[in-house]
Design a protein around this ligand. Structure first.
Ligand code: NAD
Length: 507
């Protein structure tokens, strides 16, 4: 969807959600101002008393019911996603089914991950029982992007809800209808209280949410906006998760399955019209297989077409302003000695960008250093995989990565400076609900998905319970001198030999 007009005032103003393929109005939504956002958070605070009083099993039942509603109404939600952000229905369905899988995983595993757990009290505190449990924070604010308007925010929403928080969700101004659809269907399965609410609007609505007294903000969007979010949250020490952008690389080793690697590069780079935070943007290929790989990529990329018809594999560029970024990246690459083996500068149209594969692009070109967010790939030949890893890591981002190698996949994946990696497949880490999702560096911090994602929306609560008294009571002023002596002896026995070098290595 596209937005017609950024209003200067807030409150009663509305904005239109536009179909990015046609420019038609999809729906109209209010621009919520600070007062309305604060009121939503106040309602969420009250609802938190109800929601957190339910057991994990009761919340899980509601979340599974929500997953059921979404599943039964899948074609309807696919249509809203398609209309607002332009991706083909089949891609919308893929994203939504993965999101339902995450809802189900979070519902099923919250009790196990967050429920009370006994831990060893250690020798010195052996007369205590030690328990750790993870309590919900209260109200979580979720600020989402438009590119995966269901899957991406759901990584925060489902996990925050399963952990016992209520949520106020501010969807992107390009996908307000999707956000509203999600909150409406949730209200069907949890009619008692506004456990999941939506506030709509532009950046200022997101900023108002940061300042509305929520207990945590889960932000997904560009690194630049992430800095604004952190600044707004810093006034109230509101903690934040930042899921930012990326410049992910795919590495192809000399022993890789070339056809599979090429398929992954084209799908990873071009699906969703390249508007994927963990999409493949750069490819580094071992020189021994470079020619064969490039031929395979060329063949596959030529078969992909952007369009609005059912036969098109990719849709429009959702944000009109992104077209200029893509054009600038392609033109810079070509002006600095790069070649387009598929597409090129002409591939960037008024709403659609056709697949573009660039080679011989200097490593300091913006096409290699900045997030392009279009259906483009840069492919570079490297003498060995050490060089591939070095170039992959020469970025301020650190979100995901892909490695194709028969013998060294895990080793190379570990050497890449990123939060996630896939070996011999692409983007697969995002579809495994038990794996944490998130980046490092300019790609952000904090994790959604998996046990780490559940814990992000909780505060660890530590409880030490004394079970019986022992002579060595240390936490009292009436401690006898003998207790201190016994303590010193015990410490010597337990830790005194630590760090001593073996006799024969002493000088
Ligand atoms: P964006 O940063 O423009 O906007 C994201 C959200 O932040 C929107 O809802 C927007 O209204 C809101 N916002 C804008 N200004 C704000 C402010 N000052 N305070 C609070 N909120 C504000 O990003 P986008 O264009 O919607 O999404 C694309 C970006 O998101 C890309 O960089 C992409 O890589 C990234 N992304 C990251 C992930 C991830 O999980 N790491 C997933 C999807 C997208």
């Amino acid at each position: 969807m596209t937005v017609t007009d950024v209003p200067e005032t807030s409150g009663t103003t509305t904005f239109d959600s536009l179909n990015p393929a046609t420019g038609e109005v999809v729906s109209t939504h209010p621009v919520h101002g600070p007062d309305e956002v604060r009121a939503a958070v106040a309602r969420a605070r009250e609802a938190a008393a109800f929601w957190s009083s339910l057991s994990f099993a009761q919340r899980a039942e509601r979340l599974r019911a929500w997953g059921g509603v979404i599943t039964r109404r899948l074609p309807q939600l696919c249509e809203v996603v398609h209309a607002e952000m332009g991706k083909p229905h089949a891609d919308a369905q893929l994203e939504i089914v993965l999101a339902i899988d995450h809802i189900t995983w979070a519902a099923k595993n919250a009790a196990k991950v967050l429920g009370p757990r006994r831990v060893s009290p250690g020798l010195l505190m052996a007369n205590h029982a030690a328990t750790v449990e993870y309590a919900p924070l209260g109200v979580v604010g979720v600020i989402g992007p438009w590119n995966y308007p269901v899957f991406t925010p759901m990584g925060s929403i489902a996990y925050a809800l399963a952990a016992g928080n209520t949520v106020v969700f501010k969807p992107s101004e390009h996908s307000p209808g999707v956000g509203t659809w999600l909150a409406d269907t949730f209200a069907q399965v949890v009619p008692e209280a506004p456990v999941l609410q939506v506030v709509t609007g532009f950046g200022p609505t997101g900023e108002a949410l940061c300042r509305a007294g929520v207990d945590k903000i889960a932000f997904t969007g560009s690194a630049k906006t992430g800095t604004h979010v952190m600044r707004a949250c810093s006034d109230t020490l509101t903690p934040v998760i930042i899921e930012g952008g990326g410049k992910d690389a795919l590495l192809v080793d000399a022993d890789a399955d070339i056809a599979a690697a090429a398929d992954a590069a084209v799908w990873g780079g071009m699906s969703n019209a390249g508007q994927t935070c963990i999409g493949v943007e750069r490819v580094y290929v071992h020189e021994r297989v470079y020619d064969a790989f490039l031929a395979e990529v060329t063949k596959r990329a030529q078969a992909v077409r952007a369009g609005a018809d059912r036969g098109a594999k990719i849709g429009p560029i959702t944000m009109p302003s992104q077209l200029d970024v893509i054009r600038r990246h392609v033109e810079d690459a070509l002006a600095r000695g790069g070649r387009a083996v598929v597409g090129g500068a002409d591939a960037v149209g008024e709403r659609f960008v056709q697949p573009t594969v660039l080679v011989d692009v200097p490593e300091d070109s913006v096409a290699v250093t900045e997030e392009t967010f279009g259906p483009t790939l840069t492919i570079a030949k490297v003498p060995d995989m050490d060089e591939a890893v070095r170039r992959t890591n020469a970025t301020s981002y650190g979100l995901g990565a892909t490695v194709f190698s028969r013998s060294r996949g895990l080793e190379l994946a570990r050497r890449i400076r990123s939060g996630m990696a896939s070996v011999n497949s692409v983007i697969s880490f995002a579809a495994v609900p038990s794996l944490p999702f998130g980046g490092i560096g300019q790609s952000g911090f904090g994790r959604i998905h998996g046990p780490d994602g559940l814990k992000e929306f909780t505060a660890a609560k530590a409880i030490a319970r004394k079970r019986f008294s022992i002579p060595l009571n240390l936490t009292t002023f009436s401690r006898p001198a003998a207790a201190d002596k016994a303590m010193a002896t015990l410490a010597t026995l337990l830790y005194g030999s630590g760090g001593k070098l073996p006799r024969r290595s002493r000088r």
